[in-house]
Write a protein of this length. Structure first.
Length: 569
RNA sequence: GAGCCACUAGCUCAGCUGGUAGAGCAACGGACUUUUAAUCCGUGGGUCGGGGGUUCAAGUCCCCCGUGGCUCACCA
């Protein structure tokens, strides 16, 4: 804790000023105020004549503060080196970065100026005309100029400059600000909006109030929080300091909201099924175990909601979806968190072909909602706009290995040998189903960068999927791969109770031969099927991975607010 | 679970073959009424992740432990 701040707190208490206020009238978020007076540029390429006032180094290039002859300023992001105090014709793409009008990809231009900073400002930064505002936020910067003080307040939606003049707020208030306010404090201000001569939207403050004192120092303003350990364990600091992080979680919220809208629009009903389950089935994964004192029995945190949702289809709900967490007791890495969010949905009278179309419609909807239809990854530009490629599981395998379906399903010894040659560890001890999966991973997965539906999986990999109508050894199932990651998994649901019982039995046998992740038998589910489940298709989409895709981040921990971390001793 | 790498001021980072622990921002004192990574002058700040060892001397070399990252294994 900061000693000086503590002292300020004590002094304030002595003078009977409340340091932790109860409320403040603040009808708008900061972004709503900015929205009124700031138009979004359309990313046109422009050329302006400007003088470079300051050059600041970034990790990747420079930021320039450039000014017109009349003194209006804007920022320019560049990779080229510019000399301060020189005048250039600068071209770049007009956009808004960190709330400020900026040129991106700026460079020295041989073209004549086609506009001026003054004209641009007039068009996109409107005159607020001294509107009265009352607004609260965290003080994130404070620059004292003697008898005037500039600062910035920030809320989750944005940042706004404040300007405190001694002869406007009065000697007493001004001294209070000088003596007691620190960067990090939560404050409320009342004042009127104007633009400074460099054009920044600013509140000229006539009243200012300390609402909450911050005792700890804030993270550094320029570099933000980089230490991933602090980012994950103290996410609030990450959210205060890093705009990029705020953006990711806003995007996540947008995506989940869009999913709900999309399902609601398509007449799906949202439900909740148990997280504490007596049998952890519906997927192949190891569960967390917990204990219920009253029932005197072990319970599992669910690894999938699948079987419960299908029971609801039996119960007559024609279309259901659930957005919620699954828990899997497995390793943690950049694509796996022990608890993760999925949407699972089931529709009676549909089959997996209908789901392919439906999934494409869903992506169309997400593209519209997020305004993102392409992502630039290290694997190249991924185009998220449907329609997507459709490819058969065994055809892809055959393309890469020149071995056919028969080889994989009926020549186990040779398959083992082949797997060994591919470098798959412990090839001789793995069960056949695992081997096929592994070979697929080793040979095909790397090429699945653009969105691809892989269809028609082998039956032995899919104990809950319906047998393929044209091939008894396959099931009607697809997985959607994007950027080498599985994003969705879907199938025509198996609704023959006897077949289902048989498949569970096969899983049991696999478990007996050492496959720890083989699926648990759920007799209640088989019982439900005996009452008749209409033909149904179902799908699960990993929301964390979906957000990773749209946000273009590499680690699942960057899209989960509080990812799993080890306890610090 | 295995291998490699990292951990230094509140934050971001320097610190070579062992020789009195550094910078920028933040903080503290001062100047400045349109600044904006403000500027200018001055000041304080450290169990170098923890523990042990080698040495006249360890942030630096060795061993153990902790946390994290990457790769692999496991897994969606």
């Amino acid at each position: 804790m900061e000693e000086f701040r503590k002292k300020k707190l004590e002094e304030l208490a002595k003078s009977q000023k409340h340091v932790y206020k109860y409320e403040f009238e603040s009808p708008y978020f900061i972004h709503e105020i900015r929205e009124k007076y700031e138009k979004e540029p359309r990313k046109d390429k422009i050329v302006v004549k400007a003088t470079v006032k300051r050059v600041s180094k970034l990790d990747d290039g420079f930021v320039l503060r450039i000014a017109s002859s009349s003194g209006l300023e804007m920022l320019a992001y560049t990779k080229e080196s510019f000399e301060p105090n020189k005048t250039y014709n600068i071209e770049g793409i007009l956009s808004r970065v960190d709330e400020k009008l900026s040129l991106i990809d700026a460079k020295v231009s041989t073209n004549e100026p086609n506009t001026t900073i003054d004209d641009i400002k007039k068009e996109f930064d409107l005159d607020p005309n001294f509107e009265d505002v009352s607004i609260a936020g965290r003080l994130v910067a404070l620059r004292s100029m003697g008898k005037a003080i500039f600062g910035h307040i920030q809320d989750f939606s944005g940042k706004l400059q404040i300007y405190i003049k001694k002869d406007v707020v009065g000697d007493e208030k001004f001294k209070f600000v000088e003596d007691f306010l620190d960067v990090g404090d939560i404050i409320g201000v009342k004042g009127k909006l104007f633009r400074t001569h460099t054009g920044e939207l600013t509140v000229e403050v006539f009243d200012i109030e300390l609402l909450t004192k911050a005792l700890n120092n804030m993270p550094e303003k320029w570099h933000g929080i980089k230490d991933v350990e602090i980012k994950y364990r103290q996410r609030y600091l990450d959210l205060i300091a890093n705009e990029s992080s705020r953006k990711v979680f806003v995007l996540r919220s947008k995506i989940i909201k869009a999913l709900r809208e999309f399902f609601d629009k398509n007449k799906f009903m949202e439900v909740e099924t148990p997280i504490l389950q007596p049998i952890a089935s519906g997927a192949t994964a190891r569960p967390f175990i917990t204990y219920h004192n009253y029932l005197e029995s072990e319970l599992y945190l669910r690894i999938a909601p699948e079987l419960y949702l299908k029971k609801l289809i039996v119960g007559g709900i024609p279309r259901v979806y659930e957005i919620g967490k699954n828990f899997r007791n497995e390793g943690v890495d950049t694509t796996h968190n022990p608890e993760f969010t999925m949407v699972e949905f089931y529709a009676a009278y549909w089959d997996y072909k209908k789901l392919i179309k439906f999934t494409e419609e869903l992506f169309d909807y997400l593209i519209e909602a997020t305004n993102i239809d392409k992502v630039h990854t290290e694997n190249g530009i991924i185009n998220l706009k449907p329609p997507f490629r459709v490819a058969k599981f065994f055809e892809l395998l055959e393309e890469k290995t020149s071995k056919d379906k028969k080889f994989f399903l009926h020549h186990e010894e040779e398959l083992k040998k082949f797997a060994q040659e591919l470098g798959i560890p412990r090839a001789y001890t793995l069960p056949k189903a695992k081997l096929i999966e592994k070979v697929f991973e080793y040979t095909v997965e790397d090429e699945l960068v653009q969105p691809t539906f892989i269809i028609d999986f082998p039956k032995i990999l899919s104990p809950l999927a319906k047998t393929h109508r044209e091939d008894d050894e396959l099931v009607e199932r697809f997985e959607l791969y994007i950027n080498k990651k599985e994003i969705a998994n879907a199938y025509s649901e198996l609704n023959d109770p006897e077949d289902q019982a048989k498949r569970f039995l096969e899983q049991k046998l696999q478990k007996a031969t050492g496959d720890e992740e083989a699926m648990e038998t759920d007799d209640d589910f088989v019982e439900a099927l005996k009452y008749g489940m209409p033909p149904t298709a179902g799908e699960g989409i990993g929301i964390d991975r979906l957000v990773m895709l749209f946000a273009n981040v590499d680690s699942i921990r960057d899209v989960i607010l509080f990812p799993a971390t080890r306890k610090i001793e």
